[in-house]
Structures are given as structure tokens and as C-alpha cells.
Design a binder for this molecule. Structure first.
Ligand code: NAD
Length: 502
């Protein structure tokens, strides 16, 4: 039922195929570990290039370079000087837009139509947004009475936290990495980035940008490798790291937090989700279908904020299921560069195995398959890609694994509800608390229900509408801390209170 898009053109991203390299102290290097792995394109299973796996030596060199830059030129710069340089980083990403776009599409397989609207522009904007915030936010000041009557004055000074470890995932590689690198650098820190092992290219490319606009060596460092017992873990263990900011799965977040306990380093954790959409009978059906289509299937369902649980008020349940089915079956698989493509592959064969195991589990748990449930029939040249069908289920019990565990694929379960209280209870019924969306035309219901959602972000009649000044993060098992706007200042700076006896 899903129509594969038989692309007439070859992959066309060949100029972006390259080997990855670490970027340490302003120089590209393959490191000394001697270990490499292949970077595979999930569109057709082809090899993009090799990636060096960083070990303790590369991590140590990167952390030392970051420390030296902090103690050297970067640490001496004023906010205005940093702001000018970071503005140039954003401009240079935009100037080299097509290169970043091709690299991101090769690594992830996502449609260029999506990455050109979200990943790359947001990646650039992350470098301008936070210097604007830093320039306008003040700290507190208190005058304090003293027994001698002269009083004292207290004021807060914000200092950079130091060397920040940035560990990022593969689903929005440039966007999520710069979401942390942007504020870290704006506020005067230096960074060592460990991008996802599956998407090394845009982080590498950013090294070229940093050099070309004159960011001092050591301010931005990248070490490639895996998580546990590899570059990721070695980075979190390094005593020279002053704070760890992480986006990824809840399980990895737990491991990382244990490492951060050594030396009492602060963490900012943006973790997994199992996000609900609540669709009330008074919703605008066209808007709800359009929004839920995106929230369930955009980026092939690989968005932390995406919707995998949909609760629909009973009078409109059948119509909603039928229309979402129609929408899912109208999605078009294809190569990233084809403008008609709106559904790419999953990021890897490994991830496809995980998603397909949930497709099988749904059947075991008694689901009715409304659409999908398997692997699409793709043309020969794409057959080795990590494709899966967009999938909708109904009829699962509330305690089913498929309804409670994050799958991170283009799939969702739809269940009817009868009362507002029931919908709220169901929405809050998992250990996760990242995002929710509420679809209703009733103003009072919208505010009432939104206030009951145990999540970091609740959309009403929309999804993925982001203002970078707002707080972003997860409740419950979906994370610790908030970033965005002034909230990023909390993690990326330390306040020293200066108390002056008058
Ligand atoms: P992951 O946890 O497997 O990996 C994320 C990063 O952490 C990778 O760079 C990985 O190498 C590294 N890592 C893994 N274990 C580590 C360890 N023990 N020590 C140090 N580093 C380690 O996640 P993923 O599969 O890359 O990404 C998907 C997950 O990310 C999903 O759970 C998704 O919900 C979550 N996510 C959350 C947000 C958010 O903002 N809350 C955004 C995007 C993705």
C-alpha cells in the first residue's frame, strides 16, 4: 500500500562522501588508536567512509586543548568578541549549507526537504541565539543590613563553567549538537564533542568552519567513537571535564550520571520519551491529523518529541484512525534528494532490528495492525537500506510493552478514551515525561489539560513549534535540567556571589 518512490537519479550525494577525522586543537587527525569503523549510509547500505575510534589518548588530548584554550585566547575574549565570531560560524554554516545538508542526509538518510528546513538552519541559529541571551540577562543584586549600620552589597557574577563534554545522538545530529555547543561557547566555555558513532560527518565539517572563521584552536574539539568503553565513556570519566551535557537514551543517561558522580560534575540530560497526543472530540480534525501525521512519522519517527501513543475521544475514534491510516499510506519512501520523498529509512540496520522486534512484539501482545507492520518492498538499488513501513496499531492493553517503551520508529498505537480525566491519567502513565500534544478547540480544556501533563513541553494544537528562548527538557525519566534561553545559563555558567561589606 505504501508507494516506493522509484528515483530516476543516482544517490547524488557522492561529493559529501568522505572519511571522518577527529578535530583536536584546531587540527584534523586520525588519532593513534589504530581503530576504525565503517560509516554506512542507511539509504542503500553503501559505505560512506571510515571513522577513527578515539581512545583515552585522543580524549586526553582534546580535553587538554580545551583547557588550554580556556586559559588562553578564548578565556580573554569579551562576550562581544565571542558574539562576532559565533555570528561568523552561523554565517559560514549557511554559506556551506549544501555541504552540511548532503553530509547530514548521507549519514542519516533523512529527506533533504526535512533537513533543509530543520536540521541545518537550526544548526546555524544555535550559534547566534545564545549570545543574544547572554548580552541581555542580568544577575541578582541585594543590599544587606549589617549590625554597624553600614550594610553590605551582594551581586552575582556569571563565570563560564569550564570544559564541557557534549555527547549527542544521531537523529538530528547537527541541530542537537549545536544546541549545546552554541550556548557553551557563547558563555565562554570550551567543548569536547563526542557525536553519535552513526553520524560523524557534520561535527567533522563544523571543525573546518571553526578554523575558517578564526575560532581559536582548542575551543571546539571532536573525538569520534562509541559510548560505553569507548570515546563517550572515556570523555565522561576524564577529570578535566567540568560539566557533561547529554542527549540520548535514558539508559545511557543513567550510565553517564554514574560517571559524573566522580568529582561531582553537573549533568544536563535530555533523554527518551514515549509521548502522548490527546485528541478530543472538539478538535479541528484536519489540524489534528496534519499535526499527528508529522509527530508520528517525521524523520521516520526518530524524534525524541515524536508521538507513539495517541488517545482519541471515542466519538471521533474511527474517523481519526481511518484518516491517519490514509495519511500513513500516502507517505512516499525515497532517496533524500528527491523532492517527493517524505519518509526516509531508519538510521541503521541495527536500529531497524530493534524497531522490527517491536513490530513483532505488537502482534504477540495482541495488536490489530491498521497499516504497515513490516518492511516495504523497495527497488533493488535501495533494498539494502534500513527501510520499515509506517505502522499504526490499535487494541493493545495499557500495560503492553509497545505502549510503554520508546520504540523510536514510524509507529504509533491509538486507543479510545471517554473522559478528560481518563485521557490525563493515560497520558501520564509511563515513566517518561518529555512531551505531549493536546488537540481541542476548547480554550479552557486546552489550558486545564496542558497544566496536568507531567512533561517538559506540552503543545496545544501544534507540534514541534519551538521558540529557542523557552525552557526545553524532560520530566521524570526523560531528563534532568532545562536548556534554552536563560535556562542554558544555569548549566553553562557558575554564579559567584560577591559580598562587599560597605
Ligand atoms: P544513545 O543513548 O544510544 O547514544 C547517544 C550518545 O551517547 C551517542 O553519542 C553514544 O555514543 C553516547 N553514549 C552511549 N552510551 C554512553 C556511555 N555509557 N557513556 C558516554 N556516552 C555514551 O542514544 P541514540 O540511540 O544515539 O539516540 C536516540 C535516543 O536519544 C532516544 O532515546 C531519544 O529519545 C533520545 N533523544 C532525546 C532528545 C531530547 O531532547 N530529550 C533528543 C533526541 C534524542
Amino acid at each position: 500500500t505504501v508507494q516506493p518512490l522509484h528515483a530516476p537519479r543516482p544517490l547524488g550525494l557522492s561529493s559529501a562522501r568522505r572519511d571522518a577525522a577527529h578535530f583536536i586543537n584546531g587540527a584534523f587527525t586520525q588519532g593513534t588508536s589504530g581503530k576504525y569503523y565503517d560509516n554506512i549510509c542507511p539509504v542503500d547500505g553503501s559505505r560512506i567512509g571510515s571513522v577513527p575510534e578515539g581512545g583515552k589518548a585522543e580524549i586526553d588530548a582534546a580535553v587538554k586543548a580545551a583547557r588550554a584554550a580556556l586559559d588562553g585566547p578564548w578565556g580573554q575574549m569579551s562576550l562581544n568578541e565571542r558574539s562576532v565570531l559565533l555570528g561568523k560560524v552561523a554565517a559560514e554554516i549557511n554559506r556551506r549549507f549544501d555541504e552540511f545538508l548532503a553530509a547530514e542526509c548521507l549519514d542519516t538518510g533523512k529527506p533533504a526537504s526535512l533537513a533543509s528546513h530543520i536540521d541545518i538552519p537550526r544548526g546555524a541559529a544555535n550559534f547566534t541565539m545564545f549570545t543574544d541571551v547572554a548580552k541581555t540577562v542580568s544577575t541578582e543584586c541585594f543590599t544587606t543590613p549589617t549590625p554597624d549600620g553600614a550594610g553590605a552589597m551582594n551581586y552575582g557574577l556569571r563565570r563560564p563553567r569550564g570544559v564541557i563534554a557534549v555527547i549527542s545522538p544521531w537523529n538530528l545530529p547537527l541541530l542537537l549538537m549545536t544546541w549545546k555547543v552554541g550556548p557553551a561557547l557563547a558563555l565562554g566555555n570550551t567543548v569536547v564533542v563526542k557525536p553519535s558513532e552513526q553520524t560523524p560527518l557534520t561535527a567533522t565539517l563544523l571543525g573546518e568552519v571553526m578554523n575558517s572563521v578564526g575560532i581559536p584552536a582548542g575551543v571546539y574539539n571532536v573525538v569520534h567513537g562509541f559510548g560505553g568503553n569507548s570515546a563517550g565513556e572515556f570523555l565522561t570519566q576524564h577529570p578535566g571535564v567540568n560539566g557533561i551535557t547529554f542527549t540520548g537514551s535514558t539508559r545511557s543517561g543513567e550510565a553517564l550520571m554514574r560517571e559524573a558522580a566522580r568529582g561531582v560534575r553537573p549533568v544536563s540530560l535530555e533523554l527518551g520519551g514515549k509521548n502522548p497526543a490527546l485528541v478530543f472530540a472538539d478538535a479541528d480534525m484536519d489540524k489534528a491529523i496534519e499535526g499527528v501525521m508529522r509527530s508520528a512519522f517525521a524523520n521516520c519517527g526518530q524524534v525524541c518529541l515524536g508521538t507513539e501513543r495517541i488517545y482519541v475521544e471515542r466519538p471521533i475514534f474511527n474517523e481519526f484512525v481511518a484518516r491517519l491510516k490514509q495519511g500513513a499510506e500516502g507517505l512516499r519512501f525515497g532517496r533524500p534528494e528527491d523532492p517527493g520523498t517524505n519518509l526516509g529509512p531508519l538510521v541503521s540496520e541495527l536500529h531497524r532490528k530493534k524497531v522490527l522486534s517491536y513490530y513483532a512484539k505488537a502482534v504477540e501482545e495482541g495488536a490489530t495492525i491498521i497499516t504497515g507492520g513490516g518492511v516495504p518492498d523497495m527497488p533493488a538499488e535501495l533494498a539494502a537500506g534500513a527501510w520499515v513501513q509506517p505502522t499504526i496499531w490499535t487494541g493493545l492493553p495499557d500495560d503492553a510493552a509497545v505502549v510503554n517503551e520508546e520504540i523510536f520508529g514510524p509507529c504509533c498505537h491509538i486507543r479510545p478514551f471517554d473522559t478528560e480525566a481518563e485521557a490525563i491519567r493515560l497520558a501520564n502513565s509511563t515513566p517518561y515525561g518529555l512531551a505531549a500534544s493536546v488537540w481541542t478547540e476548547s480554550l479552557s480544556r486546552a489550558h486545564r489539560v496542558a497544566s496536568k501533563m507531567e512533561v517538559g513541553i506540552c503543545w496545544v494544537n501544534s507540534w514541534f513549534l519551538r521558540d529557542l528562548r523557552t525552557a526545553f527538557g524532560g520530566a521524570k525519566a526523560s531528563g534532568i535540567g532545562r536548556e534554552g534561553g536563560v535556562h542554558s545559563l544555569e548549566f553553562y555558567t557558575e554564579i559567584t556571589n560577591v559580598c562587599v561589606k560597605l
